[in-house]
Design a protein around this ligand. Structure first.
Ligand SMILES: Nc1nc2c(c(=O)[nH]1)N[C@H]1C(S)=C(S)[C@@H](COP(=O)(O)OP(=O)(O)OC[C@H]3O[C@@H](n4cnc5c(=O)[nH]c(N)nc54)[C@H](O)[C@@H]3O)O[C@H]1N2
Ligand SMILES: Nc1nc2c(c(=O)[nH]1)N[C@H]1C(S)=C(S)[C@@H](COP(=O)(O)OP(=O)(O)OC[C@H]3O[C@@H](n4cnc5c(=O)[nH]c(N)nc54)[C@H](O)[C@@H]3O)O[C@H]1N2
Ligand code: SF4
Ligand SMILES: [Mo]
Length: 752
């Protein structure tokens, strides 16, 4: 990164959503002068959306931290040096462990949309402390789906939308939120091909719905009835792939009777759709040569979410849409984002289920705000802003205040950092080696290790170094152990591997501490300062063990060759190449068959007739979708407002009828009130919304520093949400279904 490098294009990736499109950056000093797609990128081939071009606002937005901060008794922050911060934090964590037990130290985060490499080292710190509980944002969106997947196919699946004859988007707006790689290109291709059909299930006529052949514009929160109706029609009209069920699944006979009982007409009425339209959609799905579906926040953050995931998956399973081109596919992983285990772990205080081994985000505050001696006492938070992003900020903030110690690791001083005892400044995602584990592709699965684009901002450190320093302070690993591995690493990869395997056989701490051990021993031998990539060596070994043939087909003779390819591949590498039949090998159940019944969820399906579909009241008559993805939202990754070229304030979108009734017009101010709080927003009249439904964007309402204190633009959504509104199984929040009242602000009231 000398001056010579200024005129060159640096390869990296966008960090704003899970697609992590490959980009190239041209610098002017530390500024990102130009950004364009990387045509060589193995997964995205040059594609980007409008947001990647704004990444300079992340890198140089002006709110970066450059020194560790310590909270003093009077509540103020003092800048402290790294050695002091590390020594004091280690001492305070040790005190919590010695007094209350290591399991009262709780870890949250470990990565956002663009950075998972640092988080890969957090497990070693947890091990060193005896910490056992963790969570991250997946536990407020994807854990219900993961729980269902674990029962059915045994793991995560993705749709093959590039080839599917029928594509179904369920509570998902890929035009804006992506998730489907190269989403806009893929959606346009589907729309213009008369042989292919797009079905969108969404109460809002979204940009994706504009391209759809069939838009099932359900009433908000009634997807369970909509999907039950589709399954009822498939069963009644026998649009079921019996050959697939016989050969590839078990116990279908325990599921089908439940579906035959569904009262389709009543379900249609409940979700506000014409029965005929539901029949058209069901028949299209039931007769297609291939179907892929994508369920996302519109259903995962609403009522009956785990049931809806199950019904969604039954639709493609009963029609045989698994493990063939254009249909749903399992896939390999570089590292699984969560591990689902049928032995259910429970949280220590409230006994909540922990799908994926994660504490549901909505119970964290309840696990802390109690007198129970097993309550969490300390929290380490990395790459997340839970005081802003978790339901019920008021409760979560009270929980943070009740802890003995809160440590936040972030690039900026966030809403969560402001409540911490220590804030540790991380180098940005363009200043260090970085990667994500969003490796969801089949048959060609790819991984991208990014090299730094510029030097670390002085005073900041990459997360792997922060974790390593804390572990050194804790004296968690014997020096002799490190010395043996260091010597082996100097001798070469083969001696290193043999030594590592021998140590692991001797000492059960070696595997859990592996990221740290690798960082300290193999790390310094890696080229270009890629010490943080050391953990990938262990992940490559696992790829070689779990998917040996697929790895070799992708061109890697062995795990070490794959590791070297990851280190060298600036536009990413294909790490596994599967064949369609390999899909079945990913199904871990006996005979690689998919067991179809989930009794608990079949009970909920049967009970739908008596399940309330309306959660609004006279006091709170609107359904507020608190967190719509829009053209200029990107979680809370940018901490500037100027990155947005439109919708600078984050409008409240309302149907014209509602607006007229309330005397609101475009640009007027409205007050939004819920059981938990109230906020003010600018109204945007939008006939894409249905009456009674309102939407606010996510990612607004940050408290940004100004010359005179802080300033908040737009609504901090979770001042409005209630942590008790959550899924009974996965504990996931109802962000998309918040009963609310909306009224004009008196001083802005206009005559209708
Ligand atoms: N531009 C942008 N892209 C992003 C992000 C971002 O902040 N901005 N964030 C990223 C992240 S972290 C995620 S998880 C994804 C989320 O991506 P999405 O899930 O696609 O995003 P949302 O807009 O939250 O919700 C999707 C749709 O659900 C609909 N919906 C609301 N209520 C209901 C309902 O009751 N039933 C049904 N069927 N649909 C309903 C909404 O109208 C919306 O169109 O986006 C990622 N991509
Ligand atoms: N009401 C409501 N709430 C929601 C949602 C909603 O739709 N409605 N959406 C939910 C969803 S799906 C998600 S995924 C979450 C997201 O919410 P969070 O998990 O809190 O994550 P982000 O907003 O993506 O912010 C990530 C943090 O990482 C920091 N960061 C960026 N780069 C680095 C780095 O290199 N190192 C470190 N240490 N930190 C870094 C950023 O400054 C930021 O503070 O929000 C959830 N909350
Ligand atoms: S935000 Fe846009 S450019 Fe960035 S990764 Fe997602 S789709 Fe790609
Ligand atoms: Mo998310």
């Amino acid at each position: 990164m000398t001056d010579q490098a200024e005129g060159t294009w640096h390869k990296s990736a966008c960090i704003l959503c899970e697609n992590n499109c490959g980009i190239q950056i041209r610098r002017d000093g530390r500024r990102f002068a130009k950004i364009r797609g990387d045509k060589d990128h193995v997964a995205t081939g040059g594609y980007t959306c409008n947001k990647a071009l704004r990444l300079d606002h992340y890198q140089n937005g002006g709110t970066r931290l450059t020194t560790p901060l310590r909270r003093e008794a009077d509540g103020s922050f003092t800048a402290v040096d790294w050695d002091t911060a590390m020594r004091e934090i280690a001492a305070r964590l040790t005190a919590v462990r010695d007094t209350h037990g290591g399991e009262t130290i709780f870890f949250y985060g470990g990565g956002g949309q663009g950075n998972h490499l640092g988080g890969a080292y957090s497990g070693a710190l947890m091990r060193a402390l005896g910490a056992r509980y963790r969570s991250n944002p997946l536990a407020q969106e994807k854990t219900g789906e993961g729980w269902v997947d674990a029962h059915l196919t045994g793991g995560h699946t993705v749709g093959d939308f590039e080839h599917a004859e029928v594509s179904v988007f369920l509570g998902k707006n890929p035009w804006q939120s992506h998730g489907v790689p190269r989403a806009r290109t893929v959606l346009k291709e589907i729309a213009k091909d008369p042989a292919r059909t797009m079905i969108v299930i969404d109460p809002v006529r979204t940009e994706t719905a504009d391209l759809a052949d069939i838009h099932l514009q359900v009433r908000p929160g009634t997807d369970a009835w909509c999907l039950a109706a589709i399954l009822g029609i498939l069963a009644a009209e026998d649009l079921i792939d019996h050959a697939f069920l016989d050969a590839r699944t078990t116990q279908a006979e325990q599921v089908l009777p439940h579906l035959k009982q569904v009262d389709v007409a009543r379900c249609a009425e409940m979700c506000g759709l014409q029965e005929d339209l539901l029949r058209t959609a069901a028949r299209r799905i039931g007769t297609a040569s291939s179907v892929s579906t994508y369920e996302d926040l519109g259903v995962q953050q609403g009522p009956n979410s785990t049931l809806v995931s199950y019904l969604n998956k039954l639709i493609w399973l009963l029609t045989g849409n698994f493990a063939k081109p254009g249909a749903m596919q399992p896939h390999s992983w570089i590292a699984p984002l969560a591990r689902y285990d049928t032995r259910e772990r429970r949280t220590p205080v409230t006994g909540a289920r922990m799908p994926g081994g994660l504490v549901p985000c909505n119970v964290i505050a309840e696990e802390i705000l109690t007198k129970d001696p097993k309550r969490f006492r300390a929290m380490i938070i990395e790459s997340a802003n839970p005081a802003h992003s978790l339901a019920d900020s008021t409760a979560f903030r009270a929980a943070l205040a009740a802890l003995d110690l809160v440590v936040v690791i972030d690039v900026a001083l966030t809403e969560t950092g402001l409540l911490a005892d220590y804030v540790l400044p991380a180098s940005s995602q363009f200043e260090k080696w970085e990667a994500t584990f969003f490796t969801f592709e089949f048959p060609r699965n790819t991984f991208h290790l990014r090299a730094p684009v510029l030097e670390s901002l002085p005073g900041t450190l990459p997360e792997p170094e922060i974790y390593a320093r804390l572990i050194r302070e804790l004296n968690a690993v014997a020096r002799t152990r490190l010395a043996v591995l260091r010597t082996a690493a100097r001798l070469g990869r083969t001696p290193f591997k043999l030594t590592f395997v021998a140590l692991a056989a001797m000492d059960k701490n070696v595997v859990p501490m592996a990221p740290y051990l690798l960082y300290e021993t193999l790390g310094p031998t890696l080229p270009d300062g890629a010490r943080s990539a050391a953990v990938l060596w262990a992940l490559a070994q696992r790829v070689g063990k779990d998917y040996p043939q697929a790895m070799r087909r992708a061109g890697h003779a062995n795990a070490d060759a794959l590791f070297d390819a990851m280190l060298a591949g600036r536009s990413g590498v294909t790490f596994t190449l599967d064949e369609p039949e390999d899909a079945w090998r990913y199904v871990p159940h006996p005979g690689h068959r998919i067991p179809l019944p989930i009794p608990e969820l079949l009970d909920l399906l049967d009970a739908l007739e008596k399940t309330p579909a309306v959660h609004t009241t006279d006091d709170f008559p609107f359904v507020l979708a608190a967190g719509q993805r829009r053209a200029f939202t990107a979680n809370a990754i940018f901490r500037t407002t100027s990155w947005r070229l439109r919708d600078a304030g984050g409008t409240l979108r309302l149907n014209p009828q509602d607006a007229q009734r309330l005397g609101l017009s475009d640009g007027s101010q409205a007050r939004i009130t819920t059981t938990r709080g109230s906020a003010q927003a600018t109204v945007e009249i939008d006939d894409r919304m249905q009456p009674g439904h309102a939407a606010l964007p996510n990612g607004f309402g940050l408290d940004l520093p100004t010359e005179h204190g802080t300033e908040r633009t737009g609504v901090a959504l979770n001042t409005l949400t209630d942590l008790r509104r959550r899924d009974p199984i996965a504990g996931t929040p109802w962000h998309k279904h918040v009963p609310a009242n909306i009224e004009p602000l008196p001083n802005h009231q206009e005559t209708p």
